[in-house]
Design a protein around this ligand. Structure first.
Ligand code: ZN
Length: 453
């Protein structure tokens, strides 16, 4: 069926159609998907369909379309889903997918009576004025983008490393309203085509709100990336966004919390630890001192730091980003406590040999933490890397660049050079390496004025 607005006398894309959800009776279901229950449907299945442009009635007429034959692909899809233990998927992803399969799959039209978009690749008069609909071609971008990347880098065959290598794992980071497109439709398309890797994990986030209320760009109730990045340091933003991420339930950006967590956690714990230890190291030794005889307190904190590599690594592998960040920061907390108990600022006067061991241990822990926290804080980890006397980059630094699209448009893109990755294991800090005077890693923040808007 083709939908058109009676009053505007034109074809209406699905997202401009609203009506009653056939599944949950929600009255503001969109033409292709219900935001309340997540069900996908055809616009003609809605009750009282009307246009969101002018509220006018939407009518349907017979037309011919290509269909993605999901019932035919269903056995292969079920076989794939049951083929291994998927308990590592997030609860919402699993739940949603199994609900969908329980109801059985239906074919979905992949073309529309549209004049713009990707042409239908068949030689037929009838399909000259039809286009492939967005939900079908959008997911193909995952594949075509990697082909384009390989081509542009002068290594046209390298896309195979992701799509054909059986050891490659693909992770699809999405919002929860996109789950069925990534656990059902895209895998079904890949199975239909054959020979390409299917998704390994689909870590779907829940919704992220602002001060407890749903964001709305039309009402101006939103966080603007450009505003944020001109006002705040990237690592401060990365910290709060990671720490408050809607991994298992809807969460919210709260300005008060952003400021509090930056000041009380980032500055007071991690920033303070770096400052205290590097300050003494620089002033009294100028270099990484040699450790003398270790006592239990030294051995315990060194073991806690070393063991954390496996814990944080495993959490990141299973996309438990909040827990990974918490684990790494707990090492910073313990180290802070160790430094407070050992009081190296007194030891430098009373027991210089012991001071050396404590500062060596503190620097070693900071060096571990620099790597453990690098996925979250790439910029401050790099700063610290240099203060600790290392050269080169600790890991990929995200940078803004410009790229020329095939349509000759210049676009700004976020890229990173992932050729060098820090070694994810505890390695000894070189004794004698020059330690610089510490510069501030994180700044204390005040509550911005516009935060109560
Ligand atoms: Zn619904």
């Amino acid at each position: 069926m083709a939908s058109s607005s009676e009053s505007l006398a034109r074809f209406l894309p699905d997202r401009f159609i609203e009506g009653i959800c056939p599944n949950c009776q929600y009255t503001k279901a969109r033409g292709d998907q219900c935001d309340n229950c997540g069900a996908l449907h055809e616009p003609a299945e809605l009750g009282e369909p009307h246009s969101t442009l002018d509220g006018g009635l939407v009518t349907f007429r017979e037309t011919e379309h290509f269909i993605l034959d999901l019932p035919k692909l269903e056995p292969a899809l079920r076989f794939w889903l049951a083929g291994c233990d998927r308990s590592y998927w997030r609860g919402n992803t699993l739940q949603f997918t199994s609900n969908w399969l329980r109801e059985g799959l239906q074919g979905r039209a992949i073309t529309r009576d549209l004049e713009w978009g990707i042409p239908v690749p068949v030689d037929s008069e009838e399909f000259k004025d039809k286009r492939i609909y967005v939900w079908f071609d959008a997911v193909i971008g995952y594949y075509s983008a990697s082909l384009e990347w390989a081509e542009r880098n002068g290594t046209p065959g390298r896309w195979r490393e992701w799509w054909e290598n059986p050891d490659a794992r693909s992770y699809y980071f999405i919002g929860k309203d996109n789950i069925p497109f990534h656990t059902i439709i895209w895998p079904a398309m890949l199975l239909g085509y054959g020979g390409l890797n299917l998704p390994y994990d689909i870590p779907a986030n829940e919704f992220y709100n602002l001060e407890g209320e749903k964001m709305s760009t039309s009402r101006g109730w939103a966080l603007w990336a450009n505003d944020l990045q001109t006002q705040f340091a990237p690592d401060a933003l990365r910290y709060y966004l990671a720490a408050s991420a809607p991994e298992g339930r809807d969460t919210s950006w709260y300005w008060r919390e952003f400021v509090r967590r930056n000041n009380d956690e980032l500055v007071a714990t991690w920033g303070n630890l770096v400052h205290r230890v590097l300050n003494i190291a620089h002033r009294h030794f100028g270099r990484v001192p040699e450790a003398g005889i270790r006592v239990d307190a030294d051995r315990n904190i060194l073991a806690a730091g070393a063991e954390s590599f496996e814990k944080v690594g495993a959490l990141l592998d299973s996309v438990q980003i909040k827990a990974a960040l918490q684990e790494a920061l707990s090492v910073a907390q313990k180290t802070n406590q160790y430094v407070s108990e050992q009081e190296p600022w007194k030891l430098v006067k009373t027991n210089p040999a012991r001071a050396q061991t404590v500062i060596h241990t503190g620097l070693q822990l900071i060096d571990y933490l620099k790597v453990l926290l690098c996925p979250f804080f790439p910029f401050s980890s790099q700063q610290l890397h240099e203060m600790l006397g290392y050269r080169g980059t600790i890991g990929p630094q995200p940078t803004l660049a410009e790229a020329l699209d095939p349509d000759d448009q210049v676009r700004r893109v976020l890229i990173g050079n992932y050729g060098t990755l820090p070694v994810w294991k505890p390695s000894p800090i070189p004794v004698g390496q020059v330690v610089s005077a510490p510069s501030m890693l994180f700044k204390k923040l005040n509550l911005p004025e516009r935060s109560d808007q």
